[in-house]
Design a protein around this ligand. Structure first.
Ligand code: ZN
Length: 283
């Protein structure tokens, strides 16, 4: 696949009355892409479905200089004449680490916005039908005044370091011998830093000292914002929770197990740690 520029900007968040540009098509949790496999979205005129008059199209932003929109096509419409030959149903996970970052964010944004729209057509408080508010990405209830925004779940990710070692853990649900940094959701009423210290204590029983912010990353499975830190080890012995964590160990930077790819924030954290150690202690 050829995506030479890969620049994606959300820009001004509002809907455009004129649909000119490319469409990212979803159907529930799936992406519907052209059968030939690239470019994973549809030039507006080549869409194999006619858009119904009441079909809502959402503005996503600008990808490689072109405006992009998302639309959700229900599975009941796949049987329309000829359509099945021209499309394939895929999952965003299939593209992890295989497509450029900007394109991945574009597709993830389309899935999240369409999911938000599909699941908030009725007010969760009074049951009345909702409608799109103008000027912001929100659905509002005319009856009781509630607004519903796309849902994001902040999640902290932390690489605990101690000199030339870092702590990596294997999750119980992973079938492969694969280790990563620790992670956990931020609870209501908590700062990211408080969530980090709590998660570290719960999952591996350690205390951490100074925290060093690294980077954040949208993670559309289904709507996390990963917030990455390095955390200095401060005390305690590893004591795993036995609920989420199957195994947690200290690893020397030159003797790491199988770790996540560079596309994931965890992979970036671990590689940054290795680079720092290599500069300090040698290759
Ligand atoms: Zn309501």
């Amino acid at each position: 696949m050829n995506y030479p520029d890969d620049a994606f900007e959300i820009g001004e968040v509002r809907d455009f009355d004129r649909l000119v540009g490319n469409l990212v098509v979803t159907s529930g949790k799936h992406l519907i892409v052209p059968a030939k496999g690239a470019p994973l979205y549809w030039p507006h005129q080549q869409l194999p479905w006619s858009l119904e008059d009441n079909q809502t199209v959402h503005h996503l932003g600008i990808y490689n200089g072109e405006r992009c929109f998302s639309v959700d096509i229900p599975e009941t419409r796949w049987g329309e004449s000829g359509v099945d030959l021209a499309v394939q149903k895929t999952s965003l996970r299939d593209y992890l680490g295989k497509i450029p970052d900007g394109l991945f964010r574009l597709l993830g944004r389309a899935l999240q916005i369409n999911e938000w729209y599909r699941s908030h057509r009725y007010c969760g408080c009074c049951g009345a039908e909702t409608s799109l508010l103008s000027g912001e990405r929100a659905l509002g209830c005319d009856v009781c005044g509630q607004s519903f925004y796309p849902r994001l779940s902040p999640c902290v990710m932390m690489l605990i370091t101690h000199g030339d070692h870092c702590l990596l853990a294997r999750n119980k649900e992973w079938t492969r011998p694969f280790f990563s940094a620790l992670a956990g959701f931020v609870e209501p009423g908590e700062s990211a830093e408080q969530a980090l210290r709590r998660e570290v204590m719960e999952e591996v029983g350690l205390q951490v000292g100074a925290l060093h912010y690294f980077a954040s990353q949208p993670w559309p499975f289904p709507g996390q914002l990963m917030i990455g830190y390095f955390a200095d080890y401060a005390g305690g012995d590893i004591c795993i929770d036995d609920i989420e964590i199957a195994e947690a160990r200290w690893f020397h930077y030159q003797d790491l197990p199988q770790i996540p790819g560079e596309f994931a924030l965890s992979g970036q954290l671990i590689r940054a740690f290795v680079d720092r150690c290599t500069a300090l202690y040698g290759a």
